[in-house]
Design a protein around this ligand. Structure first.
Ligand SMILES: Cc1ncc(COP(=O)(O)O)c(C=O)c1O
Length: 443
């Protein structure tokens, strides 16, 4: 199967919905191009005009087992026929317990764990912040986050989010007590240093400047970080970064919370991206890929830390039985179809192919990633982010039948379903290559 463009997108039916959408929905989203989805299966997406696209987005890192995987759909149907909802806040049911058992097994750390369910990524971060502060019973109010990160858009998580000014513009004031250190972005080091000669100044900065000058370390509840920055540009920190951060957290007694909302659930070829760094966090926040498209999020943490008292945190829909059934089926599919292995194999192929492309297209300044979380940063001749080239490339790819979006200022974000074959990856990368070249001619 190949992408098949039968009507130049956006076609007439798409345009009708685009028009109504702009009249009826608050336009606080920033869409990359006018894709109007009618159906999606595996790595394919069909629009309302009958065009078929190859998907490098996975509904923004959600449909890791492929769109509408039959086993996930079956699990949803079976659960929906039993009951849809009763509310875990006041009663009990089995599905969230079964899922917690499974999540405890697939997350790093051989210690007793507890799970709290949410409905989205932002709520998982809210839950993580509350759990960390609550665990220290009010004695440690501060949170350290990283400039360049994305953690969600509700007020707690937004106070950590810092990848674009628009996310905060006119929306303050935000949660007090959040301090940002620069995200470890070696390609554009915020400290203008070079790795490894820098000797990880980005971690020393936290201790030498933040904790010794304006953030009392004994009042810090947690450091919250994405193991690989998603919205911020698909940025992979240097190998020893997390070991050093873990040491810092242990030295001063605060928690290490990793936001795996985008990087988790197999996306990077391991269940969780933090495993690439050989570090065990205290709390892991997940959402997106956990239930293949049904709303579900969770935090999984050390049992001793997950100790908010009754009544202090809950959510009517969190741990919804249909979402939990979808999540259990999702995990089963990842295991049965060996999708971690596939993500590693196809991801390595993609990185190699993109690096080959780089020799012919110098505008691809940097290629980075793990598994199927891959970024290719587009740059000008001066090495600055090439924002215009990114937009033109994505538009061109869309018109040729490839769905791919950006991250950070000018990074092509490659996050296809983990089921993608090498052949399908090659099809997508060839379209991408043509699209960059065509976009360069249009500039
Ligand atoms: C790393 C990370 N954290 C949190 C979120 C917020 O998730 P949600 O949109 O489900 O609230 C996102 C969403 O893109 C994310 O990438």
């Amino acid at each position: 199967m190949k992408p098949n463009i039968v009507v130049p997108p956006p076609g007439p039916k798409s345009m009708e919905i685009v028009k109504k959408d702009s009249e009826l929905l608050m336009q606080s989203f920033a869409r990359w191009y006018p894709l109007v989805v009618k159906r999606a299966y595996g790595v394919w997406v069909e629009d309302v005009d009958g065009n078929v696209y190859l998907d490098f987005n996975s509904g923004i890192a959600v449909t890791n087992v492929g769109h509408a995987h039959p086993k996930v759909v079956q699990a949803i149907k079976e659960q929906a026929e039993k009951y849809l909802h009763y509310s875990l806040t006041d009663f009990l049911y089995e599905e969230p317990v079964k899922l917690a058992e499974k999540l405890s097994k697939i997350t790093p750390g051989a210690f007793p764990k507890k799970v709290f369910y949410t409905n989205s990524g932002t709520e998982s971060i809210e839950a993580a912040i509350k759990t960390a502060r609550g665990h220290f019973r009010g004695t440690r109010p501060y949170i350290i986050a990283f400039a360049g990160s994305f953690h969600g858009r509700t007020y707690g998580s937004l106070s950590l989010t810092s990848s674009k000014p628009v996310q905060r513009r006119h929306l303050g004031p935000l949660l007090p007590g959040v301090y940002h250190a620069p995200y470890p972005y070696c390609y554009r080091c915020p400290f203008k240093q070079r790795y490894p000669e820098c000797n990880m100044w980005c971690v020393d900065f936290i201790e030498e400047w933040m904790l010794k000058k304006y953030v009392p370390p004994e009042e810090v509840a947690a450091v919250v970080i994405e193991p690989i920055a998603g919205e911020g540009g698909y940025i992979v920190p240097p190998p020893e970064f997390f070991k050093r951060l873990r040491e810092l957290a242990d030295k001063y007694g605060f928690l290490l919370i990793v936001d795996e909302v985008q990087s988790g659930m197999g996306r990077t070829g391991k269940w969780f991206a933090i495993e690439h760094f050989g570090v065990t966090p205290d709390i892991i926040a997940v959402a997106k890929g956990i239930a293949s498209g049904l709303p579900l999020g969770a935090i999984i943490g050390k049992a001793e830390v997950m100790d908010l008292p009754p009544g202090s945190h809950a959510s009517t829909f969190g741990g919804n039985p249909v979402s939990c059934a979808a999540a259990l089926a999702t995990i089963q599919v990842i295991e049965e179809e060996k999708l971690l292995e596939n993500a590693t194999r196809v991801g390595e192929y993609a990185m190699k192919r993109l690096r080959e492309m780089q020799t012919e297209i110098p505008a691809i300044g940097d290629v980075r990633g793990k598994g199927l979380m891959i970024g290719a940063e587009l740059v000008t001749e001066k090495g600055e982010p090439h924002i215009k080239l990114l937009q033109l490339t994505l538009d061109t790819a869309f018109k040729k039948g490839l769905l791919v979006i950006g991250a950070g200022q000018s990074t092509i974000r490659i996050a296809p379903p983990l089921t993608i074959t090498q052949e399908q990856m090659e099809t997508g990368l060839s379209i991408l290559e043509e699209s960059i070249k065509e976009a360069q001619r249009k500039l």
